[in-house]
Structures are given as C-alpha cells and as structure tokens.
Design a binder for this molecule. Structure first.
Ligand SMILES: [Fe+2]
Length: 903
C-alpha cells in the first residue's frame, strides 16, 4: 500500500525562493520554488491532500476520513537515454544513466481540474512518491498509488519533481483507477533535476482547451507555465532550461579569433532578418555587437534531438561531417585552390574515392557515415567514396544538356524561382548612376532569332511563353564586393526560357552583368550568351551556364532553403512556445511540424552558415552569403507569398481560376513542383480546416482567443519584427484566416522544405550539374591573351578552373549527402498521429482521412511520373519527380515529406 509523504509545515520547513515575477495564489508549487525540504514520511492508509494556505507554500494536510476515495495508480514511463553515444560526440547534456535512477524517486502531485465549489479556491494537490519498479532497454517504469477522494473530481494536471541528480526523459504518465477510465498524460519532455532547478514541472492531460475554456483549477497553472517558458530575457541560458526568447543573428562571426571573421548583425534596420533563439552568451571582447561563440549552442531542452532516437539520426550525421570528415578532408587536400584537372578526376570521387588520414580515433563518426566512409582493409587509411547520384546513374551526361538545365527549373531542387516575363524589354530597377545602364542586353532580335518560327517576342510575352531566372538586381550590388574576395567572382544574371508547344522549356539566352566599378573607373560590362552550333559559342554558353547554376545554387541554399524554411520558421516556434499553452489545440496541431528545427538551426549557425563555415567557403558570395539572404528577406520575403498558391501567382506561374483544379490555372501545365505541391497543399489545408473548425465552432472565438492572438502578434512584431510594416501579413479574425496561416506554416515546414532539401544529393552530388561557386570570370570579359589561349586550346580546363576546387566540391558533396538522408525513424507527414489527436474522435477521424489522402497522393504522383505526356517529369535518363511523395524508406531516396524541418 502507498506510503504517504506529506509536506507538513512543522516537519518539512521548506526553504523558499521567490521568483522574479509575482505569481497568483494557490497550490501546485510551480509558482514557488520549494527547495531542500525533506519530506517527512508518514505511514498511513489514508491519502492526504495538501493545500497551500497562502502563496508561501505552507502545506496544510487535510486527511479525509469520511469521504469515499478511489485508488489511482500512476505509471510513469521514463526513456533511458543513450548517453554513452552522445558523450562521444560531445553533445552530452548531463544525461541520466540507469545507475542514477536506483533508489531515487519522482514526486508526483495530482492537480484537480476544477476549483473547490464551496471556496472558489484551488483544491489541494494529492502527492505521491513514485518508485522505480522495472527497467528494460526501452523504458524505466516508476509507479505510485494515490487515494483520491470523491470531492477531488477530475485530475487536470500532474506536477513532477525529479529527485535524481540528473535530468530524465519522461515519456508519459498513465493514471488508472478513475471512474472515467485510464487517463494518459503525454510528457515527451526532459525533466530537470530538482538540484539544478527546484521548480516543479507541470504536465497537463492530453485534452485540448481554448484559453477561455480552461478548467477553473488549471487556469493559474496554464498562465504560469507560459510565463516560465518566456523567461525574463536575462543572463546566459543553461542547458537544462526551457526558455524561449528572441535574439538577432549576431553569432555568425567570430571577431575575437580574427578581424576577418567579424560579420554584420543580421536582424535590425540595416540587415532585416527573422529572429533566432536567444542564448545569452557573453559579448565578444573585440565587438560588443557580436555574441561569443561556444561549442554547444543553447536550445530549449525539449528542442534537442531526443537521445532516444536512432543512432543515425540526422543531426548526428551532420555533426559528424563537420566535426570529423571536413577536418580530415582539409588534411588530405592541402591546396585549397586546387581544382579538378580532368573530368575523370571528378569521376574518381565515386570510384576510387579520396584517401583520408585514418579516422580510427573517430570511429564513432565513421560508423555514422557508412554511405561516405569506407574502410580500406589493406591500408591504414580510410576512404571517402561517394555514392553515384541517381541522376548520373541514369544519364552520365545529364548535366551537360540544355533540356535538363531547363527541366530542373521546374522539377529540380530549386523549382520556386522561375518567373513569367510580363514586361519587355527587360530593365533593371537599380540606380543607373551606381550600377550603370539599366537596359538589358537581351534584345528582341536575339530572342526572336532563338524562337524563330514560333512567334514574335510580343506574342511570346502576351501568350505567357517567356520565363526568366532572374538573379540580376539581387546579385549586382554584391558583384564588386565579392570580386574583392580571393578565389571567387560574381555577376548579375538573367536566364530566359521559352515554353515550347510540347510543354518543355527551351533555354534562350543568358545575360551576365558586371556593374560600374565602385570608383566609376571601370565601365559596366554585360554580354548575352546563347546556345550555339559553333564550338566557341557552345563553350561560352556552357561557361555562362556554370555561372547561372552557381547563382541558382547560392540562391537555393541561402534563400529557398535556409531563409524561407529554417530561418523563417524559428520565430513561429519560439512564439508558439511562449504564447500557446501545451493544452492549446493549435499548439498541439503545430507541434509535430516544429520538432527538431531549433536544434538543426543551431547546428547550422554553428557550422554551416557561420563565418568561414561550409557555405561561406564553398559558395560564390563567400562571406557575403548570409548578408545576401538578408537582402532577399528584405526585398522579397512576405508571409502571404509563402503559401504555395500565392507564390505561384506572384511569380506569374498561375492565375486564379475557380473552374480549374485547386482554383488555379497554371502557366506551365506540366510543372511538377506546382502540380504535386498543390495537391499536397490542398491535403494539408483539408486537415487543418477539419481541425480548426472542430475547435472553433464559433468563429468569434478566434478574435477572443488571447493566446492565439498573442502568438500571431508576436510573430509579426517580434520574431519577424523587421518586416512588421511590410505587406503580406493576413489578419487573424476568422477561422478561415487561421486555416490559411496554419496551412502556410505547415506547408513551409513540410512540403516546401522537402522539395528543396531531399533532392540535394541527387541533383548537386555531381557538382558540374550545380556548382556552388564559379571561381573565374568569363574569358571574354576583359580578355587576357593567356586566358583566351587556354580557352581556345582547352576549353574543358577553363570550365574545370571555374568549377569549385577539390576541397570545396568534396565538402559540399559530403554535407549534401547527409542533408538528403532520411533517418530510419523519420517522422513523415500524416503517418503517426499525436496522442492528443487519437483521444478526440472527430480529430482522429480527420487525421485518418488526412493519412488516406496522403496515401492516395503517392499513387497520383506515381501515375504522373509514368505518364508520357508529362515530359518535365519523365523521359530517357530522367529522374522522375518524387520529391513531394509523402513517404519514403530511410536513406537518400529523393522522396518523403517529413512533418518538420529536421535536417
Ligand atoms: Fe533543411
């Protein structure tokens, strides 16, 4: 039978730590920090109720003797962590181990959902100490029994105090014995040790409540828990904390290590940017505007990848690449400027591989990267050998062809940049005094020569046949700056395409522009290159394509991928945790879409987008890479345009048409990203609609939902505060506003991210198809005799010299390989419902419909890929478009849409 433990004032003498913010009256104990109180065990067969007579946690026991009581058993499931593995890669955060669990307990307190009807006060909690009763590899079980008096009513929450010295991962708590049946409380949360932080944790039952519907006994706890999560904005965050707060991107550089590594602050008037999670690390000594860097970057504890996940989990592989593989490569390839001498030496990366210094000491890292690192048995060395990308497997020469170049603007990994040409002639909007004449050198004559026989330029524009990849006005202001950097160059570029009668795009012309020099001494230079039937023109066209592809690679990685998904989503997550209670239905709807994103973003800030990181060292804009993404945020990003239909309309790729599927008529009918994306968009929207309508049957509830309104206001005015006065922020007054906002957010986290992420190795693994950098100027720009001679004698060498260096190419290939990988326990959209969704019959049914539609989508996409009419998604040697197929096996599969941005 249960041994009771009471916090009685006469025996416990609790030490009180007042919090910085005032809390209301009541029991529950998360408001007031109770420390060093040694509970006095008291044997009794009666359970005791503990009430707080005042906000100073004076516990008053009021044993009930006359009322009927229920015996309720609590079973707590704790997941043992794989601490050993994590300690090897240096991201161990003081994980619990089994030995620490011996003899320790968890203090549990049941909280009644309702106030005392007579007094209007909170009822006393019912305490119990849960002891370990069993353990296996999968779970450690703690149990205790409560006797719950009749007047206690329904339990609405449970308070937990972890008596161990280390944190522990609570999976769930099941309370069995109530007349209404077993009550499940999903935790999935790290509970800190009371020795780190005496604040008790609160876990609410899985039932959702809008704020105004919160059961009376839980209102105070609901508000206080949110206040705890918001924190006070002071001091350096500790690893076990759960505080969600905002900061600017001032941790990308490392000015204390060298002046070259100073980077501007992103976020603010000069360089607008979404906010990141505040860590509170100290300022740099040499630059008070910058935050100092550290090995581990704080993210709220539950945002970290669960250590109970599979060994091959995504972040660990990224971490292994940047921590072990890249340094080894840097040792193996000493000359950082060394390019590939022949195309066959690129092929060797997939055949013989690159010999690496032995990685024995880092065997753990090696084991994480079986696709990349092969042990060589007869030598001491390891070998980095890349898998041949699917594109190369199907067509060895895919990267050289114009049809594939054009097709990838619609079905590749950056299918969201191509636009309709709506005005002719093309003209820059930049200041001519600074950048030179704004008129494009792509003339009517050039285009009509290329589309001869089809139509005139006026007809082409009018009939929506002309499309453009426009990297002119965004890149031109950075050309002179980038050209000051060693080993890189830049142009502004425009690439025009014509939509042929068979629905495919034909590249027509590439214009490369160098602006007026900063001192005005060197004039603007621009030249147009077109496909040619002569060797010189053909090779110049191929070189111009290399530049455009480097622009497209940079834009893809920095804008379509990093900024639009990873960067833009972080403020939604921070705001959700600060403003929406875990019992808010919208919190529960969004939560799976937000999993692991803050952690992967912290990792990216540490090693990928940081000063001198992988992106800066391997992409054309060099140290201006992130600054350029800030310019794109400033000039292009709008919340409403993140919704796929609006995005298509804004790029001229669709017009509204109520009679067409999805209400849109596409300018290019066979546009795989849009065709599959719209189906997925509609599927997401139907699910969100069912969900929102269930919880907001009365539309006026949206406007009166304080948590929801605070969430949306904070996103607009704080997390994306640099854009608060920009257009594109929808109102949040009606269910349809909310449906649109949520659908947009979840589309970005799932569909958009999958479309730009999981095909990266397929399309950029063989880097000539998508070089991340073009290192040399066109040989015809300010031609030098020597360069021209090389071009005439060996154009292939000119192209290889322009391509990334060996170290740049291999580093990027390794990163893209792990970024394109699905872990064995990937969480795909619509696959596993959240526990709370299963408990609500209407939501459970809606989720099943959602899952069914996703399964159907798989079949539709397969059928489209098999249909010869869709020439942009199939053909001889063409990789079918599967990036928006919802499900996938583990590995680099080029398909599968996870719930969230986890890689
Ligand atoms: Fe990503």
């Amino acid at each position: 039978m249960l041994k009771l433990h009471l916090h009685q004032s006469q025996s416990a003498s609790p030490t009180l730590f007042p919090l910085s913010k005032p809390f209301g009256q009541g029991n529950g104990g998360i408001a007031v920090l109770l420390a060093q109180s040694v509970p006095a065990p008291r044997k009794s067969h009666k359970n005791a109720r503990v009430g707080l007579a005042s906000r100073k946690i004076k516990a008053v026991a009021s044993p009930s003797t006359t009322e009927k009581s229920l015996s309720v058993k609590a079973v707590v499931t704790v997941k043992p962590s794989t601490a050993g593995l994590f300690s090897e890669i240096g991201i161990n955060r003081g994980l619990d181990d089994i030995t620490d669990l011996v003899g320790k307990t968890l203090l549990l307190e049941l909280v009644s959902a309702e106030l005392d009807a007579k007094t209007g006060q909170e009822k006393g909690t019912i305490k119990g100490y849960a002891h370990k009763t069993s353990q296996s590899k999968e779970a450690v079980i703690y149990e205790c029994e409560f006797e719950v008096g009749e007047e206690f009513g329904e339990a609405g929450a449970i308070l937990v105090e972890n008596e161990h010295h280390k944190e522990m991962y609570l999976k769930d708590i099941v309370l069995d014995g109530f007349t209404s049946g077993p009550l499940s409380i999903t935790c999935n949360s790290w509970v800190h040790s009371k020795f780190d932080n005496p604040q008790k944790r609160v876990f609410f039952t899985n039932k959702c409540y809008l704020p105004e519907e919160t059961p009376s006994g839980l209102r105070r706890l609901r508000e206080e828990e949110l206040a705890i999560l918001r924190g006070n904005g002071q001091g350096e965050r500790k690893t076990y904390e759960r505080i969600y707060d905002y900061d600017v991107y001032n941790d990308l550089g490392d000015p204390d290590s060298s002046a070259d590594k100073k980077r501007p602050v992103l976020g603010g008037k000069e360089f607008p940017y979404p906010r990141r999670c505040r860590t509170g690390r100290p300022q740099c000594k040499t630059d008070p505007q910058s935050e100092s860097r550290s090995g581990s970057i704080y993210v709220p504890r539950d945002e970290e990848f669960s250590t109970t996940k599979e060994l091959t989990f995504s972040a660990k592989t990224v971490y292994s690449v940047v921590h072990a593989l890249v340094p080894s490569l840097e040792t193996a390839i000493v000359d950082t400027d060394l390019g590939f001498p022949f195309f066959t030496s690129i092929d060797e990366l997939f055949n013989e591989g690159v010999n690496l210094p032995p990685l024995q000491k880092q065997g753990f890292f090696k084991d994480l990267l079986p696709r990349l690192i092969k042990a060589v048995t007869d030598t001491a060395e390891d070998v980095l050998r890349f898998e041949t990308p699917e594109t190369m497997n199907r067509d060895r020469f895919f990267w050289f062809s114009d049809d594939e170049f054009a097709r990838q603007t619609l079905a590749g990994i950056n299918p969201c940049t191509i636009q309709l040409v709506t005005e002719w002639p093309l003209k820059s909007k930049l200041d001519p005094k600074v950048y030179g004449p704004p008129e494009s050198a792509i003339t009517t004559e050039i285009i009509e020569r290329e589309i001869k026989g089809f139509m005139t330029i006026d007809e082409a524009v009018k009939q929506k046949k002309l499309f453009i990849l426009d990297y002119h006005d965004l890149f031109l202001p950075y050309v002179n700056k980038v050209r000051q950097l060693k080993g890189t160059t830049l142009y502004g570029s425009r690439t025009l395409f014509f939509l042929t009668p068979d629905g495919t795009l034909k590249p027509l012309a590439i214009e490369l522009t160098r602006p007026l020099s900063d001192d005005g001494g060197k004039p603007q230079w621009k030249q147009v290159f077109t496909p040619s039937w002569h060797s010189t023109g053909k090779w110049l066209w191929r070189l111009a394509k290399a530049h455009v592809l480097a622009h497209d690679s940079g834009y893809h990685q920095l804008v379509s991928h990093w900024l639009q998904t990873h960067g833009a989503t972080e403020p939604y997550i921070i705001a959700a945790n600060r403003q929406l209670s875990t019992m808010h239905p919208i919190y529960k709807l969004l939560h799976p879409h937000f999993r692991y994103t803050m952690e992967i973003n912290a990792l990216a800030r540490g090693y990928l987008v940081n000063g001198d990181g992988i992106i800066e060292s391997s992409f054309s804009p060099g140290k201006y890479s992130m600054e350029l993404s800030s310019v794109a945020y400033d000039k292009q990003w709008q919340f409403d345009l993140q919704a796929l239909p609006n995005d298509l309309i804004s790029r001229g790729l669709a017009v509204e048409d109520p009679t067409a599927p999805h209400g849109l008529k596409l300018a290019i009918e066979d546009y795989p990203f849009a065709n599959d994306g719209l189906l997925l968009w509609d599927t997401l929207k139907e699910w969100v609609t069912d969900y929102v309508n269930h919880y907001y049957p009365d539309p006026s509830r949206i406007a009166s939902d304080k948590e929801l309104q605070s969430w949306w206001t904070e996103i607009r005015t704080v997390g994306h505060g640099d854009k608060k006065d920009s257009p594109g922020w929808p109102d949040l007054k009606t269910p349809s506003d909310l449906i649109h906002i949520i659908t947009t957010i979840v589309w970005v986290a799932s569909g958009h991210h999958a479309a730009v992420n999981f095909g990266q190795y397929t399309y950029a693994g063989y880097f000539p198809n998508r070089p991340t950098i073009a290192r040399t100027n066109m040989p015809v720009e300010d031609p030098k005799e020597e360069e021209l001679k090389l071009f005439w004698d060996k154009p292939e060498v000119t192209l290889l010299t322009c391509f990334p260096s060996q170290i740049q190419a291999t580093k990027v290939m390794a990163v893209l390989d792990v970024l394109s990988n699905h872990s064995p326990d990937e969480e795909y959209l619509g696959q596993a419902p959240e526990p709370a969704w299963k408990e609500e019959p209407m939501i459970k049914a809606a989720f099943e419909r959602f899952n069914g539609r996703l399964m159907e989508l798989e079949g539709v996409i397969d059928a489209r890929n098999a249909d010869p009419r869709f020439k942009n998604r199939n053909g001889a040697g063409v990789v079918p478009y599967e990036l928006l197929k919802p499900f996938s096996d583990p590995g680099v599969t080029g398909k599968g849409v996870p719930y969230s941005i986890s890689i």
